[in-house]
Every structure is written in C-alpha cells, then in structure tokens.
Ligand binder design. Sequence first.
Ligand code: AKG
Ligand code: FE2
Length: 330
Amino acid sequence: MAPATSLFVEKPTDQTPPQASKRVSVKTLVESLGLTSIPSSYSYSLNPNESAGSEPDETIPTIDFSLLTSTDPHQRSKIIRDLDRACREWGFFMLVNHGVPKSLMKETLDGCNQFFNLPMEEKKEYEGRTFGSRLGLEQGEVAEEYSKRTREVIKELLKGVSESLGFEQSYIEKAMNLESGLQIFAANLYPLCPQPELAMGIPAHTDHGLLTLLIENEIGGLQIQHNGKWFNVNPLPNSFLVNTDDHLEILSNGRYKSIKHRAVVNSNATRISIAVPLGPSLDTVVSPAPELIEGESGRPAAYLPMKYKDYMDRQLEGKPCLDHVRLPVA
Ligand SMILES: O=C(O)CCC(=O)C(=O)O
Ligand SMILES: [Fe+2]
C-alpha cells in the first residue's frame, strides 16, 4: 500500500459553529467582516490553572540529529540515553542539525500560505485529494519533497527510539510496517484574532501516530503540557519540534506518553504551522511490544490491541481513542 498523504487542512474551520447555515472559514470571517471582537460561539475559556506559564527554553530537551547517525559507539549510546529521557520525561524535544534544508522548510511554509490565500472555491477543489492527483501545482511538489524528507527524519528517529526501548534499530520499522506507514501533511492557519485571550486555535489534544514533526513561521503559539502544567514553546530557528504520539505510547506500553498540546492565537501576526505525523500502516494491529510486557519491569499490558485504521476511524468520528484502549493497570 502506498503511503497516504493528505494535504492542507485548514484546521480552525472545525470550530465553525454547527448552527451556522453556511460554513465560513475563520480566515474569511476575520478578513471580510473586519472583526473587532469574536462571536460568542467561538469563545473558549480556560480555568486559571490551565493557562500557560513560561519555562526557560533550555529545559526543553534538544536532540542533535547528526549524533544519531554517528558511528562512534560512545556518542551513539549517549544520544540514545538523551532520546530516552526526552521521550520519557517530556514527550517533546527540539531537533537540530536534521539535514532538511532551511530553504525547503521556508518554501513549504510559503506554499501553504499561498494555498490558504486562494479563494475558498479553489481550495475546495483540493478537498479529499492526495498529492498524486494534484501534481503540477508548485506548492504540491514542494510539499511532497518536504513530506519525503521529514519521513526520512522520522524513520531515523524511530531507529533511535527502538534502541532507547531496548530493541534492535529496525524494531519499530518492522513492527509498525513503516514502509507503508500513514504519513499526514497537516497545515494549520491561525488568522489574527481580535481577542486572543477568549479564543483557542487548536484545543488540547494528542496526535495519533508514532512521532510528529512540527514547524511554524516563527510566530509562536504552541503550548505543551509537562508535569500537569502548560508551557509556551519558542522553537529554535530551523529546528523541528518533535512530539511523541498515541501509538508510541501504546507500543512502548506507556513508557513514553503521548504529549498533550494546543495552539493559541494572537492579534499581531498570522501564524502557519505544519504538522507531519508518521504512524503505522493502516492495517497494523498495534499493541504493547510483548517484550515490554513480560520483561524485567513485570508491567502488564496497559493497552488493548487495535487496528490503526479502526483507531483513525474512531478519531474521525470524534470518539475518544487513547482512553478507549488504555487499561486500568497498576
Ligand atoms: O500549530 C501548532 O503549533 C500545533 C498544531 C497541531 O498540534 C496539529 O496540527 O496537530
Ligand atoms: Fe497536534
């Protein structure tokens, strides 16, 4: 099965109130109506204990990708330990020296911007299509190259993660059938918001795949939950933000938790982000790795097995997923 890749999701439209007779994107709402306050149906309130504080940037782990491909065994074992700690303690890290050209990252963000600026009727024509059927579009080619390069980066990271879980390098690739793993290209647009404190770009969620790579146009707005508190993330220039997803939590039998994150909006600059998760192939039945159930830890299986496609279908229906497969084990 060829990897499925979906292109350009204008996420904030999801929040169009259901009672609206004609669905209008948030972008259209902001631009054509020149809003100075947000319609009450869009308002989103947080408990005071859910608002974000700032964490000094240096405490967010940074992983140097070039060390992962090092042939020096000492360096390799150190970076694998760092990767294990980053996945275990944060479920989130910044990835530097990853080899994806800065120019490609910028062109991809610019391409998404151009796409978002197309008239709604034109954008609709792309609904539900995959890259193959939309070639000829310059942005499509750039996005395809970006997807290819990010897929390679994630696969390399997953070799390191296989080792950090105590397996051989190819463990996750084989167990999750990554050759036909589901990769998604999700571009998010956050138009200016006149009252950012009353709205939310993307509410708190976890991603469904194994690992996700995220970039943004240096505006800021991503917040992650760490030890029950929310933190703003200010990415290093040209880095990828990497987060651990639901299926890594399941496969690792809970050693690595799927990190909760959300994106806030602002009133100064339009933000664009691109999230590229890579997951198992759709027909893979994912369950905790047997070695992590019967191993020294003696931890019983903490998740029910589920086919990735069924998991995705549940998610598309808006039903809880991770909570559905998680078992109440000690
Ligand atoms: O825009 C962001 O920073 C987060 C996007 C995100 O979480 C997603 O697309 O799943
Ligand atoms: Fe996400």
